[in-house]
Design a protein around this ligand. Structure first.
Ligand SMILES: Nc1ncnc2c1ncn2[C@@H]1O[C@H](COP(=O)(O)OP(=O)(O)OP(=O)(O)O)[C@@H](O)[C@H]1O
Ligand SMILES: [Mg+2]
Length: 292
């Protein structure tokens, strides 16, 4: 098979991922406009932006699900063009979407090995349950994920525990370089949120894995990220290390840009009421979290 490599990029050696000038439209809707973004080795990058800003589209391009209209993607300085999700996966990119893709009826350890089961035999293959159980136990202990039992169906786990199993499944892949998390903390309680935040932090400190995480709650992002990028109407409008911006400044910046959007709607896709509601919800969320 031909390697998927085209040209060398003039890239920072620390960058595991660099994307340049990526644009993508769905019919008349422009989801991404000339996006440049980079991700360093072992870094957690947070993506924030209002609903419909283009965050998930970017993740889906990096997952190999969508092909951008134009632009370039570099992995460790080599240009890549993903032909499929499997192709992106073979390049070390794993994604956990909100629906998780776990099989409710299967046990924790079977889910950890989903589609990559240990088997034995020739024509008739049998699952090596004992070996998978032991490997699952070892791995979950290693990354500090605590579940009541690895034999229970995942349907019996809490949302946070299920999310942890989905992350564990993604990071078990031997060649993983980049983990993409699209709203992993949505609808999580405080305890579960802290479980996932600790898990992401631990993975980045103990391994070379780099993470892109999308979340609407900036307080969570400030706990887990090294750097924040803001995406607005398909453009990256801010790129700051956490040492360069405070939570209050980020909230203020987002509120200001919502206000500008109200004054001069760019696409007419948002109503004034929905924007005001969105600001209130976002700010209220931050205050609740701050009070904890
Ligand atoms: N499959 C699709 N077909 C048509 N339009 C799409 C499709 N996927 C996304 N879009 C449009 O592209 C724009 C960006 O959507 P995207 O899902 O990337 O936003 P987002 O930043 O992830 O928003 P949210 O925070 O609500 O998840 C939106 O206007 C959306 O309606
Ligand atoms: Mg999204």
């Amino acid at each position: 098979m031909m390697p998927n490599v085209a040209t060398k990029a003039p890239t920072d050696v620390e960058d595991v991922l660099r994307i340049e000038d990526i644009s993508m439209s769905f019919g008349p809707v422009t989801a991404l406009r000339n996006v440049d973004l980079h991700l360093r080795r072992g870094e957690v990058l947070g993506l924030v932006g209002d609903n419909g800003a283009g965050k998930s589209t970017l993740v889906k391009i990096l997952t190999g699900l969508y092909k951008p209209d134009h632009g370039r993607i570099y992995l460790d300085g080599e240009e890549v063009r993903f032909r499929s999700v499997q192709d992106a996966r073979e390049h070390g990119i794993e994604t956990v979407f909100q629906d998780l893709a776990l099989v409710d009826e299967l046990s924790v350890y079977h889910n950890l090995f989903l589609n990559r089961e240990h088997t034995v035999g020739g024509w008739f293959r049998f699952l090596k349950n004992r070996s998978m159980r032991a490997a699952a136990r070892r791995y979950l202990d290693e990354i500090d994920v605590d579940v009541p039992s690895i034999d229970v169906p995942v349907a019996k786990l809490s949302g946070g525990q299920r999310q942890a199993i989905a992350v564990a499944r993604a990071t078990r892949q031997k060649n993983i370089r980049i983990l993409l998390l699209d709203e992993p903390l949505a609808a999580m309680g405080a305890k579960e949120t802290s479980l996932i935040i600790q898990l992401i932090k631990g993975l980045c400190h103990q391994t070379d894995i780099s993470v892109i995480v999308i979340d609407h709650n900036y307080t969570h992002l400030f706990e887990v990220c090294d750097r924040i990028n803001v995406i607005q109407q398909g453009r990256v409008t801010l790129d700051k290390n956490l040492s360069e911006i405070t939570l209050e400044e980020l909230i203020e910046l987002m509120v200001q840009s919502y206000r500008r959007e109200i004054a001069q709607p760019a696409t007419g896709t948002f109503s004034e009421v929905s924007i005001e509601t969105s600001i209130e919800v976002t700010v209220a969320n931050q205050s609740v979290q701050d009070a904890d």
